[in-house]
Write a protein that binds this ligand. Structure first.
Ligand code: PLP
Length: 414
């Protein structure tokens, strides 16, 4: 028999002040500092409410109407709602909203398209790709025969001739288009043509630009690529998670590659959060937000460039600004550390052909989704650009703390 104490509702603070304190500290950290990390954003309180709802308790292995557990009628409705909204948002004919993360989505999509031990061709991590595109330390690099393309040394852009010649030489089952620090739009039609030439299937990983693509601010691979994978928590501004868009042809393969292939029960609370976020992204204001995300990145890139910093590819088409610090004589790690003192979260990042190791790097990856969610625009990008320029010049980071603190005060978290 359960005791009264078990039945009584106790707040997190009452029950576990230690965890409550840490979470409060994270609230304070987020509200009193600014994130310019390209892969982070601030989702709405409605998304957070859905993610902390009671449906976290529910097991729903399987897919709507085909579950391995009883009591899934609400889970079915929520998953179908999330799928319908996702398909509308991206004009897709199939959506799998179950992947726990972008990495799981990629693994499932690669297994579905290439099969175990299949051949894949993806962008190298050091050129701007992602670990899950075949890096040797990722399962993708262990389970598949991997070849990788880079970017051109001169302009930092994808060299489609290199992609084509590698594809012809290695005959991959899957070609992956997409990356985690590639700031430019990708020509998905050109990738699809190469895939067709060699009989490969095209997987577009839009984890980063998903929100910009959903809003029509960047070109979409939907209808061009065989499968599109993404995260839901970056520019898309949803809860942490992954998603795969496919077609009626790939639906069954993708489904079984996600469950039971890569996962057990779906995280229904996260799927509820995805449904809320997709509903938000279907509103006209989401397009305005994404236009500001892109314009803010362009402003930041131009400002840094005008003041002497090298920007990989010379600018950006997206939310990402990749700064090459080699000429400035500082490392990405040093600027990341100085920025933290000034109240800015940024991340060190390899630049193409970086001579330094990944924990040091010669680059800095900046991104505008989170600052734009807080309402910042051109004037604030110029201020933040000046802070970064000061940090690169070696000015005392403490000197810039006030500027960042004032911006945090003026532009609150949602
Ligand atoms: C291009 C790309 N794909 C996949 C992922 C993996 O996403 P997750 O961290 O949710 O596993 C990321 C994450 O940064 C990414 O940038």
């Amino acid at each position: 028999m359960s005791s009264n104490a078990d039945k009584k509702h106790r707040s997190l603070r009452e029950q576990d002040p230690e965890v409550a304190d840490w979470l409060l500290r994270e609230d304070t950290r987020q509200s009193s500092t600014l994130t310019l990390i390209a892969s982070e954003n601030h989702c709405s309180s409605a998304v957070r409410e859905a993610c902390s709802s009671r449906i976290t308790d529910k097991y729903a292995e399987g897919y709507p109407s085909r579950r391995y557990y009883g009591g899934c009628e609400v889970a079915d409705a929520i998953e179908e709602l999330a799928r319908a909204r996702a398909m509308k948002l991206f004009a897709a004919t199939d959506a799998n909203v179950q992947p726990h993360s972008g990495s799981t989505a990629n693994l499932a999509a690669m297994v579905a398209l290439a099969g175990p031990n299949g051949r894949i061709l993806g962008m190298a991590l050091k050129a701007g790709g992602h670990l899950t595109h075949g890096h040797s330390k990722s399962h993708s690099g262990m389970l598949f025969a991997v070849h990788q393309y880079g970017v051109r040394a001169g302009d930092g852009l994808i060299d489609l001739d290199e992609v084509r010649s590698l594809a012809k030489e290695h005959q991959p089952h899957v070609i992956i288009a997409g990356g985690s620090s590639y700031p430019r739009a990708i020509d998905y039609a050109a990738f699809a043509a190469i895939a067709k030439e060699v009989g490969a299937r095209l997987m577009a990983d839009i984890a980063h630009p998903a929100g910009l693509i959903a809003a029509g601010v960047m070109p979409s691979p939907v209808g061009v690529a065989d499968v599109v994978t993404m995260t839901t928590h970056k520019t898309l501004r949803g809860p942490r998670g992954g998603m795969i868009l496919g077609t009626k042809d790939t639906q069954k393969q993708i489904q079984s590659a996600v469950f039971p292939g890569a996962q057990g029960g779906p995280l229904m609370h996260q799927i509820a959060g995805k449904a809320v976020a997709f509903g938000e992204a279907l509103q006209p204001s989401f397009r305005d937000y994404q236009i500001r995300v892109r314009d803010n990145a362009a402003t930041l890139a131009q400002h840094l460039r005008e003041h002497g910093l090298d920007i990989v590819t010379g600018g950006t088409d997206s939310h990402i600004v990749l700064v090459d610090l080699r000429k400035s004589g500082v490392t990405g790690a040093a600027i990341e550390e100085r920025a933290l003192v000034a109240g800015l979260s940024v991340n060190k990042n390899a630049v193409p052909n970086d001579p330094l190791p990944p924990m040091v790097t010669s680059g800095l990856r900046l991104g505008t989704p989170a600052a734009t969610t807080r309402g910042m625009g051109r004037a604030e990008m110029l201020k933040l650009g000046d802070v970064i320029l000061g940090l690169v010049r070696g000015e005392d980071p403490e000197r810039h703390r006030k500027t960042v603190a004032a911006l945090c005060e003026e532009f609150r978290l949602p």
